[in-house]
Design a protein around this ligand. Sequence first.
Ligand code: GLA
Length: 378
Amino acid sequence: MKVLIVCLMLCVIACAAGTRAISKQSFGKTAEGEEVYLYTLKNSTGTEVAITNYGGTIVSLKVPDRAGKIEDVVLGYDDFNGYLTPKSPYFGATVGRYANRIAKAKFTLDGKEYHLAANNGPNSLHGGLKGFDKQVWSAKDYTDAKGEHLALHYLSEDGEEGYPGNLNVQVIFTLTPRSELQIEYSATTDRDTVLNLTNHSYFNLAGQGKGDILKTQITLLASRFTPVDETLIPTGELRSVAGTPFDFRKPTAIGERIDASDEQLKLGHGYDHNWVLDAPAGKLSLAARAVDPDSGRVLEVLTTQPGVQLYTGNFLDGSISGKGSKPINHRTGFCLETQHFPDSPNHPAFPTAGLKPGQHFHSTTVFRFSIDRSKQDK
Ligand code: GLA
């Protein structure tokens, strides 16, 4: 009898989750002729996410607004070829082996110096010339009581892009019935190495292509940030946000202070900085909240990581065409890249980004969507 009740409950949960709501279709072929796929995960509230196993990339994320109108809230391209655009700014991608920058494209581990590709001035950015965002991951989709899942796996071989150790990486995307997109990263290595894994989605909660993100209200649960030098490498200081345009402890529009006369904003051409989260790393906690006042769409970001990079699309300049063949203009998307601090391998005082054989790296980030009804209720 008990077994029967449990089975019935699981069935009800699965039905609420929209039963089997994953579809898989061909997305195109790489230059090497390898076929890549687009997986679409849906729940019963109308939320839908499409992810390709090329670069573990979120291609579209459709969520309802206050009136139930669905929009795609991430920047990107209509088709696979777009994702092959040279110097594409990592739209939606899974970034690694080391997301963000490593100063002068080198670091020392166990007394040995490792050299990386300098692909961002003197520094190495987002894993080098062919980072995880440009690799084909193996994929498996499945459904259970927690929601719809896409599990991606990639083996980054010893020496790839200059990093030591064979790194086995798994990223599991889960769309829950509550419109949370959970991203779980795990990794193991056979040699000492460093890693920093993130997702590089550019959000526009009004809908992609619907203007800039300057009205978006952001809250960051962080009392300090890591100021940078002129090449966007942290100086090592953990600076209080109090009294600066970096104080987002209360909801503030991105555009309110972005062009203020501030040395750090000038260096970043806007916000392109790492905030030191107040919550203890390792515990899944709220890191950021973004609200589009007009549509009422809300994005909450929870993470186990110690930092988050708020990047306000300062380098977008209309030179790249995205979905609907429309130019992607300045500051029309913002990223909340949960992460270890940039350049941690060269900053022993920062939380370690090291991984040793026998250790199991595990981190979780959740993009949770909801609706702010306060405006409507007034
Ligand atoms: C990150 C960096 C930015 C920029 C983008 C990609 O967010 O911090 O400076 O390089 O990626 O364009």
